[in-house]
Design a binder for this molecule. Structure first.
Ligand code: N2P
Length: 343
């Protein structure tokens, strides 16, 4: 019998009713750029039939401002520690069902149960990392040891830095020996003249892929994410990585589920998927950050584990501070940096 358009339409309606009754096979992820490999997303979709859409941001603040403007409807976010802390405080996250995330056992105890989310009630660690300095030793002969050596007049026009006000302000605080979470008016007044000297020296602001300007020789020095530094070290021996002598911070980026998510089970399935040792290893191959997944580290090569931009020594890690939620003071930092940049 030939199918009539009416029969086809009826069949379509019946099928859509069945499909609508079933849980949706969708997952909307809002995450950092250059952090979750497309191959991992594709593998997840292939295995589960869940269609994933991904949107990226370049800073925690960009993500927060989009959320507070009511933009987007997401099932997974990827905030850093201080933003997990803030989102929990504001009751914007769903508690995670740990029975759905058995692979959490693969995470090093060092990165579990941290102060920003005791018991990992709301967050699952994705990657950790740090911010350091990369020097192209073919172009820069000075012995760069810290931020104060980077931001010198002779390096004007040779520097790429992260486009991130909290980061930049932290580096200035560190040169003054000030605590990175003590964002008082007095401390901001102290760092203002420093940033006023530093920022005109910067050629490129880039949080997405700061390695690019270094690779194409556009700049010679970078203050960038560890994972980006690790890629440069792998690409060419002329790049040197160092932890600034003034100190730096350790970040822990996690996956969380906003309260507004309608696809909680899919989100938990994704969390468990990225914690699988083989998948986590795949993530480290593309984005070599400090992988907190011990079972994945077992699968990684000696070369990967010895990359000092990915894995700082325990001794170095011990000296690193972590960011805390600074509440409304965050906007003072944004304003300070934006005003100086605009000059
Ligand atoms: C990845 C960004 C690193 C995350 N592109 C910094 N918390």
């Amino acid at each position: 019998m030939k199918k009539t358009p009416l029969l086809a339409a009826l069949a379509f309606v019946a099928l859509s009713t069945i499909l609508n009754a079933a849980p949706t096979k969708k997952l909307n992820i809002y995450c950092w750029s250059e952090y979750i490999p497309q191959g991992v997303i594709d593998a997840f979709s292939k295995e589960t039939g869940i269609k994933v859409s991904v949107e990226n941001y370049a800073s925690n603040e960009e993500m927060l401002s989009k959320l507070s403007a009511g933009g987007g409807s997401f099932d997974i976010l990827q905030p850093s520690e201080y933003v997990v802390e803030a989102l929990v405080k504001e009751k914007l996250l769903q508690p995670i069902d740990h029975t759905k995330i058995p692979n959490l056992k693969n995470i090093s105890p060092q990165f579990l149960n941290m102060a920003f989310d005791p018991g990992n009630k709301y967050s699952v660690p994705y990657m950790a990392g740090t911010v350091g300095i990369v020097v192209n030793t073919n172009l820069v002969k000075d012995d760069i040891k810290g931020f104060a050596d980077v931001f010198k007049p002779q390096n004007k026009g040779k520097i790429v830095v992260l486009d991130d006000a909290r980061e930049i302000t932290t580096w200035a605080l560190l040169t003054q020996g000030l605590p990175i979470n003590q964002i008082t008016d007095k401390n901001l007044a102290k760092v203002k003249p420093i940033l006023t000297q530093w920022l005109p020296l910067v050629k490129v602001y880039d949080s997405d892929s700061p390695k690019t300007a270094l690779l194409n020789g556009d700049v010679a020095i970078g203050v960038i994410w560890g994972g980006e530094g690790a890629i440069l070290l792998n690409k060419n021996k002329k790049f040197r990585w160092l932890i600034p002598s003034e100190g730096t911070h350790l970040f822990i980026d996690s996956l969380v589920i906003p309260k507004t998510s309608q696809n909680t089970e899919n989100a938990e399935a994704f969390m468990n998927f990225i914690l699988r040792p083989d998948i986590s290893k795949q993530i480290s191959e593309d984005f070599p950050y400090l992988n907190p997944n011990l079972a994945a580290r077992e699968l990684m090569t000696k070369k990967q584990l010895e990359n000092e931009a990915s894995f700082p020594s325990d001794e170095a890690i011990k000296k690193m501070q972590t960011f805390k939620d600074i509440g409304v003071k965050g906007s003072d930092i944004e304003e300070l940096v934006t005003t100086i940049k605009a000059k």
